[in-house]
Write a protein that binds this ligand. Structure first.
Ligand code: NAP
Length: 282
């Protein structure tokens, strides 16, 4: 039997409709949620992500401000801008689009944002809270993945989750969130030996590698849930995931497509965090 598709696009649309109502209510109470997005330089992918985030804000009535800076800006100037936004009462969430130019330390910039406005969930305080299971802003991509799994009523407790990838923004936090949901979690990465023997044990396989069509059916246990986080652009211009979708869907029980899977949920959880930040501030 072919796998059931977990459509991030559909779930995102449903959640954004609910958020629209929340924003209307907040505005009636005198608070307009505000998100500031800082874009540095002219990276076309970053520009298109920022555009998508701004459009999503506009669609649900969240106020968004785009701050563009030349890629020659110093770390000090950038941090100064962030400090000003930290103090700005109309802004509830601050996002610095990554990656940053090489002369700027990413971690210093992330740490300049007050944790209360860190709607990306990257600040060490928020990561620490996530680790110990305290309420906080969760990183958007991992948060969206958990929501997608829950939306299909898939149980996580006791399941063996294998995460391929250990980046700070996807791999590590998604494993932690699934551990918080009582799954048994194994991480694989570029130094893992005999990865196939591990992924073949996964009830839920999360793939966040960034290599087009990297995982074929031979890596997947029958009836596993497959979450494909990868976004890769082929020479043809088409987007594809890290998983060989056509063959994986013949083995898996549930699968996320690319595009239309994890991507739309990431932006949706950013909106969620921004609304939460505004509520906490109100
Ligand atoms: P990343 O920082 O480049 O991390 C990639 C991870 O894959 C690393 O941990 C790396 O291991 C591991 N890896 C690389 N080659 C491997 C191999 N041959 N075998 C096993 N593991 C291997 O990437 P990322 O930021 O986590 O993003 C991953 C993908 O998700 C990218 O395609 C990105 O565009 C996409 N993404 C999508 C969204 C969304 O909203 N849909 C959001 C964020 C990212 P080492 O640690 O050992 O190097």
């Amino acid at each position: 039997m072919t796998a059931e598709v977990i459509s991030g696009k559909e779930l995102a649309a449903q959640k954004r409709e609910e958020m629209k109502q929340e924003v209307i209510k907040l505005k009636q109470e005198g608070t307009t949620p505000g998100l500031a997005v800082i874009l540095i330089g002219n990276n076309p992918a970053s520009r298109s992500y920022v555009k998508a985030k701004q459009k999503a804000c506009e669609d649900i009535g969240v106020h968004s401000v785009l701050i563009e800076m030349e890629d020659t800006i110093s770390e000090q100037q950038l941090v100064k801008e962030i400090y000003a936004l930290n103090e700005d009462d109309s802004i509830h969430g601050i996002l610095v689009q990554l990656p940053l130019p090489n002369h700027i330390q990413e971690q210093a910039v992330i740490e300049a944002i007050v944790p209360e406005k860190d709607v990306d969930g990257f600040h060490p305080i928020n990561i620490g809270k996530m680790m110990i299971g305290e309420e906080t802003f969760l990183p958007c991509t991992p948060f969206g993945i958990v929501e997608m799994i829950k939306s299909k009523g898939i149980k996580m407790a006791g399941k063996h989750v294998v995460v391929i990838g250990r980046s700070n923004i996807v791999g590590k936090p998604v494993g932690q969130l699934l551990l918080n949901e009582h799954a048994t979690v194994t991480y694989c990465h570029s130094r893992t030996n005999d990865m196939k023997s591990i992924t073949q044990q996964a009830d839920i396989l999360v793939v966040a590698v960034g290599k087009a069509n990297f995982i074929g059916a031979e890596y997947i246990k029958k009836d596993a849930v497959v979450i494909d986080v990868g976004v890769n652009r082929l020479d043809t211009g088409k987007l594809c995931g890290d998983v060989k979708y056509e063959e994986a869907k013949e083995v898996a029980s549930f699968i996320t497509p690319v595009p239309g899977g994890v991507g739309p949920m990431t932006i949706t959880m950013l909106l969620h965090n921004t609304i939460e930040a505004a509520k906490r501030h109100a």
